[in-house]
Design a protein around this ligand. Sequence first.
Ligand code: ATP
Length: 419
Amino acid sequence: MTKTTNLANKVEKQLPAELVNFMWVAGRVAASQGQSLYLVGGVVRDLLLGKPNFDLDLVVEGNAIELARKLAEIKPGEITTHPLFNTAKLKWNNWSVDFATARSETYAKPGALPTVTPSSIKADLFRRDFTINAMAIYLNPRRYGKLIDLYEGRKDLEQKLIRILHKKSFTDDATRIWRGLRYEQRLDFQLEETTLKLLKQDLTMLDTISGDRIRYELECVFQEPEPEKVLHRAEELGVLSKLHPSLKGNSWLEDKFKAARKQTSPNLPPFGLYMALWTYHLSTEESEQLISYLRLPKTVAQALRDSSAIKAKLEILTYPELSHSNIYRLLHGFSPSAIIANSLTTTSPIAHQHLETFLHELHYVKPALNGNDLIRLGIAPGPQIKEILERLYEARLNGKVTSKQDEEELVKGWVDNKE
Ligand code: ATP
């Protein structure tokens, strides 16, 4: 049986009606401007796999901005354009569609950003990372829904293979190494034999990639449902040690990542928490190397630094007799990700309990009275206000007072005792 190469039915069935309607109109408008319009990349791959994906990437043989502008006149929404790249984005309600002008790319040297020239859909598909991501669907009315599969992407999808399009692919752009591992693990596919051989051979090309671009790849890895699988494979293939020789992707990490997801569910753990767990066994110096190479954002860098600071306090946190105010003093001011990371990694049940108590209770404790209330109660403005507020904090933390009235009585008692 020959497989249908017209995917109009799949598009209709799997995508929301509003997007289907939009693409139909966009194809007609493109045709009226003498341009050709295609749906490309991940959404085509996921349509064939039957997986939900509503991130529409459209490629225009012609001028993407011109087409997007015309469509923005028909459909009320917000348009953003990037004339330098000849791309545009249209947003309306909850939808967002990207338009790009078909282009070919050449790489002056490995790892450099490509030189881009307007081109045909064929060249645009050839510049892509893997065959499964290099398919397109024609959207002009003449052959609406026709699958353009120049590099046997559909066959690779069926055989569950991740295959690069040409031998120089990883040399041109070694971020594709990380991308390949991500798709392999997400889809439960395999790197095709030659692709795997070249990936191993081109590992040194990772040195040509800036820390910023690797950080972006890691951010994408941590958006995956099970990033530990990608890190495990990265360790196995020697990709991790190119980033840092001390990084691991082992079963310890798998346990911690799973526990982190449980803790933050229904949200995914933030980047800082995943990073704090991943780098937990690194020395301070090694963590600093990663922070500066990857140029980690301030909050993420703080999570890593706080995590090692808390690690250094874990011994004290194993004392069962610590009062709430003791625990508060030890932990307050640290990033929540760093506290969660330590709570998930400590082998001491008592330290774990103290860290959890801080996270779920003490973190939120605040006296009901403020400085103005104290003045109203007859305390003269001055350094004693701060002192009393601190004592109130302590009383609140240790459960000696639980209401505003309790606090007022306590303060009055202190004042009376002084008089
Ligand atoms: P995801 O499901 O992870 O969102 P996607 O396929 O939509 O995957 P994007 O990162 O949004 O991936 O990129 C869109 C498309 O651009 C990809 O499908 C691929 O064809 C192409 N692409 C992205 N990055 C590269 C790269 N480094 N080299 C070549 N092609 C790339």
